[in-house]
Design a protein. Structure first.
Length: 403
């Protein structure tokens, strides 16, 4: 690794370094099983059907399976859903096929109004096939996060603790249990963070682009670091550009006008320009947005993650790993604080480096290890209480303006 750092590495230690010890593999299996059980309970018992997440995730399934087009009557007045790239929607469609529930998707092909379709969805939301893929991806993310945190800190028990604190966070719990984009986003980002070869980075970048266009900031950060060190384009950015080009070509081929209206104008240009023709409202101001994120992460995570990152950046040998994370975090924080439609869900990708940076910081000395362990234990206890309260009263957990 030292030789790679001198010549400007593409990224962090390779994934194969996660598996040299039996206890690391066992810890990963434990974390996967525990988080899968937690999110399965959330998906089937505690997180109610959500229009903005589950309806749109399953609603495109019939069109994707029959004509490879995301046919869906949206509340924006479009006959296709192009707000996000289609990867998550393909997963959900395949899940419905696997659960033999294709008849439930066929209802979206009926010539009915949007209101009627929403009403039918609320009567019979079919949550399990909608959420099954996300539960799996979210659990896999927790397991990989724990294995890598163990590698970064040199302590398997700390890796388990870090992953448990991440996986039990109330927003992670809810967003891993519904049919939205968070689970796929987190897995895509962690795949990019763990990649080592050019092919790995390119594939992970393309995967991220097809999962969510909002993930662009990590490929950009990696590219900026690579350009500084080697004066060449990072393969993660090339992969992301290729995935984006594929999504745009697909959407424009289906209906160029609707693609422009739904994706380019409504979900890119209008957000940047603070033009809200759809009338969505109730979003917090920047200060309240960050206060809410701090509350939902137990107040301690943001200062710990920022301190660990800053302290690590002062150490020259850590910069190859931490500098791209810092740039990614700054771009994400700035972009989703400034744009319209501010929600904590757009800041959720920050949780990965906010948990992993302290894991690396813990390897610097005994004091850092003790501080990290103590704060992770405190966060785990806070999470357990918050998730228990959320399960008793879902509506009582304040997320502005909604999930």
């Amino acid at each position: 690794m030292a030789r790679d750092q001198r010549r400007g590495p593409l990224g962090p230690p390779p994934p194969r370094a996660l598996l040299p010890r039996r206890e690391t593999a066992l810890a990963g299996l434990f974390l996967f099983a525990a988080s899968y059980a937690l999110y399965f309970q959330g998906a089937t018992r505690h997180v109610p059907a959500l229009d903005d997440q589950d309806y749109e995730a399953q609603g495109t399934g019939w069109g994707l399976l029959t004509s490879l087009s995301p046919e869906l009557k949206t509340d924006r007045g479009t006959p296709y859903y192009f707000a996000h790239p289609p990867l998550v929607h393909f997963y959900v469609a395949a899940s419905f096929a696997g659960w033999n529930r294709l008849d439930k998707l066929a209802r979206y092909a009926k010539d009915e109004t949007v209101e009627a379709l929403y009403a039918e969805f609320r009567r019979d939301p079919e949550l399990l096939p909608t959420r099954a893929a996300n539960v799996f991806l979210a659990a896999l993310t927790v397991a990989l996060l724990g294995a890598w945190a163990a590698r970064l800190s040199g302590k398997t028990w700390l890796g388990v603790l870090v992953a448990a604190a991440y996986g039990s966070n109330p927003e992670v719990f809810v967003r891993s249990s519904y049919g939205g984009y968070f689970a796929g986003d987190a897995f895509a980002l962690l795949s990019l963070m763990l990649a080592s070869s050019r092919a790995d980075f390119a594939l992970a970048g393309a995967f991220a682009a097809l999962a969510n266009h909002k993930l662009v900031f990590l490929p950009l950060a990696l590219a900026a670091w690579r350009l500084r060190e080697k004066r060449e384009i990072h393969p993660a950015l090339l992969g992301f550009m290729a995935g984006t080009a594929l999504f745009w070509a697909w959407g424009l081929a289906i209906d160029a006008r609707v693609f422009w209206i739904d994706h380019v104008r409504s979900h890119l240009l209008d957000r940047i320009a603070h033009d809200n023709p759809l009338g969505y409202g109730g979003y917090p101001d920047p200060a309240e947005l960050w206060l809410q994120l701090s509350r939902h992460t137990g107040y301690l995570l943001l200062p710990l993650g920022a301190w660990a990152l800053a302290d690590g950046l002062r150490r020259g040998k850590e910069r190859a790993l931490l500098a791209p994370w810092a740039a990614w975090m700054l771009m994400t924080a700035l972009a989703f604080t400034v744009i319209d439609w501010r929600q904590t869900k757009h800041l959720m990708p920050l949780l990965l480096p906010l948990f992993l940076a302290p894991a690396r910081w813990a390897s610097f000395g005994r004091d850092q290890l003790r501080a990290t362990a103590a704060i992770m234990l405190a966060l785990l206890a806070w999470n357990a209480r918050a998730v228990a309260a959320l399960c008793r009263d879902f509506a009582g957990f304040n997320v502005t303006p909604g999930w």
